[in-house]
Design a protein around this ligand. Sequence first.
Ligand code: BGC
Length: 360
Amino acid sequence: MTHPPVAHDADVRFLLDHQHPDGAYVASPDFSQYPYGWVRDGAFVAHALDAVGERTSAARFHAWMAEAVLGMEGDVRAQLAARAGGRPIDHARMLPARYRLDGGVEAGDWPDFQVDGYGQWLWSLGAHVDGPLPAGRLRDAAVLVAEYLAAFWDEPCYDAWEEGRTQQHTSTLASAAAGLRAAVRLLGAEYDAAAEVAWAGVRTRCVADGAFVKGFGRHDVDASLVWLATPFDLVADEDPVFRRTLARIEDELLVDGGLLRYRADTFYGGGAWTLLTAGLAWHHARVGRTERARALLAWVDAQRRADGGLPEQVPIATTDPWFLDWWTRRWGPSAVPLLWSHAMVVLARSAFASGVPVAR
Ligand code: BGC
């Protein structure tokens, strides 16, 4: 997909400046726990840079991802063979949520088995590349990831918030469906059936009381459900189930102008997330509700540090002071600046600038 370049601003510069020479985007240059390249964060950052015409940066990220993933090929093939042979799979040998900036994997106790990032990577790659991928390392990595998604899309795993290992999460399943749809364009029609099975699973099993919910068997909503429409285009803004979901998200999770991840969140006391608030603005901007989008982006801008850096989250009225204190004692103040937050602002702004078509 080609996009007209739009004017550079400080957020774009910030993203470019924090790309490692090998192509990775660090999650946060300053936060002690985030000196890694997360697959999920990187997929959104690359997409933001594509949206403003910085295609070389995005291409370097995808090349870095290809090498990182192919470095795991032996493990992935062993897990695929185990699944195909009806043997148990080993969650400790699945693709990781994050890599070192040099593309290596660090063994540790991080909740690493998270399928969603790989769906998001293929989706981001599918938007970056026009048409089928030519033979080469990128195609080899994309094939491996597509096979991984087709086999493990509904395997219980940690979600986009690195929580809930034994559950099936709607935004994870939707990310897998979006990645598999991208695989059809990038690699061929053999992924079509898997993509549609995954999406049908979301439509039938992730809905309660007429709205998408956080996961199988749940009744609460999560702000990541916005991604089903923007950016994944799995569902249209006018879809009645999505409309009810959006209404619930705005009624239940929008507090003091910022968006919570989900109501029972306790991470740093469960504050409002700048990347999610900007992501909601992105959706409203894409479908032409520009005033809503502007109000949300104004809230995000008001959360900047003096140097313009955006935090992962900010405490608000509903924040639990005990958990805020507990996490702060454990890891220091919440992450700032967070590249993914800056990326979501760039994407919301680029939707105003380019008039990206309304979701189907
Ligand atoms: C968030 C993830 C994110 C990671 C790096 C975690 O705290 O829950 O969604 O990918 O930080 O930014």
